[in-house]
Design a protein around this ligand. Structure first.
Ligand code: SF4
Length: 411
């Protein structure tokens, strides 16, 4: 496949100053938003639908559908919200940070387009408190956008008004889950809410709220500016556009790479990331971070797209690709993953509170046998079926996949 498609989320990286709105404007900044203002909100949503954009947070839910639900739910509500999930806590994932540090204005523009599309006049960016550079860049970008009249009342002389603010999170993994994030944004402890209702119906302060992550918003300006055809021409049949992949592990060039969806793992690791470091061999990869799935070399030529990975029982998740080399001890890797889940469990529901500790204790046993591994699988399955939020539902993914590909290494 052609992996030289245009950059979308990172198209201005290194070309313009992230501190200058004038630079941004001189490089097609706000052109997508201006085009949106010339069509109706429903036409904006239709454009996004035709582009095929799916949420880049992990689940791959169609972005236009989320916009449509939020725009039309609660006919009596006069206030709707846009919330940007910039709480990037998945281990091995650092892509949203790259956007915010190199082009914070593209996020602002994307949120403005989404706000116009769903009839929202307030946008909040919920961001990890540790992301100091991102926070500084965004704060500066928002200030400049107000000064230039791109935020505030009657933007560019239109009837559309949009206000924006930043909210700092305290570094809880769970607050990356949309309803937990909303609880935290409301000033409460970051505990998940029971779904449904979904945020589109009852989100921030009980009002319709569109929650997307940074990468998803960063695609909207391109779609509106260039048209859905150009966007939809990139990627695969069901996974359109580009994706930011965060490659870490013993590769020659680790980092964030923007490539069309459908690129193979082989191409990502051996072409883009330069292959394995000297002295190391490829053994496998963990796709999607701690809450993701392991694959081995038999998956190297499977396209990294939502539909193809699903068929193989794997996930794309947030785009993290943690490369596993021949010197990595899989038991130690699983110990690290299950320590993470135990640490981050909020304790609200029993299956996860007890289950994460049981799994942690089991994987730390000096020796494991077949019976132990089957027990872990059953325990994780029980947690998947009975836990309230994605944290407790997720350990099954790394456990099941590690047993599929690397079981003998745990015994
Ligand atoms: S699944 Fe875990 S993290 Fe989620 S609510 Fe239950 S205890 Fe908390």
């Amino acid at each position: 496949m052609n992996i030289t498609a245009p950059l979308i989320a990172l198209r201005r990286m290194g070309k313009v100053s992230p501190h200058s709105i004038d630079d941004f404007i001189a490089n097609q900044g706000f052109e997508g938003f201006k085009k949106a203002l010339h069509i109706s909100p429903s036409e904006v949503i239709a454009e996004v639908e035709k582009s095929g954009l799916r949420g880049r947070g992990g689940a791959g839910f169609p972005t236009s559908m989320k916009q449509q639900f939020t725009a039309t739910s609660c006919s009596t509500c006069t206030t709707r919200y846009i919330v940007c999930n910039a709480d990037e806590g998945e281990p091995g994932t650092f892509k949203d940070r790259m956007i915010m540090e190199t082009d914070p204005f593209v996020l602002i523009e994307g949120m403005m387009i989404a706000g116009y599309a769903i009839g929202a006049h307030y946008g909040y960016i919920y961001i990890r408190g540790e992301y100091e550079s991102s926070i500084q860049n965004l704060s500066n970008a928002i200030k400049q956008a107000y000064e230039k009249g791109f935020l505030g009342k009657n933007i560019l002389g239109s009837s559309f008004s949009f206000e924006m603010d930043i909210f700092l999170g305290a570094g809880s993994y769970l607050c990356g889950e949309e309803l937990t994030l909303i609880e935290s944004l409301e000033g409460k402890r970051g505990y998940p809410r029971i779904k449904p209702p979904f945020p589109a119906e009852k989100g921030l302060w009980g009002l319709p709220t569109l929650v997307n992550n940074v990468e998803t918003f960063a695609h909207l300006p391109f779609i509106l500016e260039k048209g859905y055809e150009q966007y939809a021409s990139i990627g695969t049949a069901e996974s359109k556009g580009t994706k930011l992949f965060c490659v870490s592990g013993k590769v020659k060039k680790s980092g964030v790479f923007e490539l069309p969806l459908g690129v193979t793992l082989r191409s990502l690791i051996f072409d883009t990331a330069g292959g394995m470091k000297d002295g190391y061999q490829f053994k496998g990869a963990l796709l999607g971070g701690a809450a993701g799935t392991f694959v081995d070399e038999t998956m190297l030529d499977v396209p990294l797209a939502y539909e193809t990975l699903k068929q193989k029982g794997a996930t794309l998740g947030s785009g993290a690709v943690i490369v596993v080399d021949n010197k990595t001890n899989m038991k130690e890797m699983m110990q690290s993953i299950l320590s993470f889940f135990k640490h981050e469990s909020c304790g609200k529901c029993v299956p996860c509170r007890i289950g994460t500790t049981l799994l942690y204790n089991k994987i730390h046993q000096t020796t494991l046998n077949e019976e132990d591994l089957n027990w872990m699988l059953e325990q994780a399955l029980y947690m998947q079926r009975n836990s309230l939020c994605p944290l407790g539902q997720s350990p099954i993914l790394p456990i099941k996949s590690v047993l599929t590909y690397f079981k003998t290494e745990l015994l």
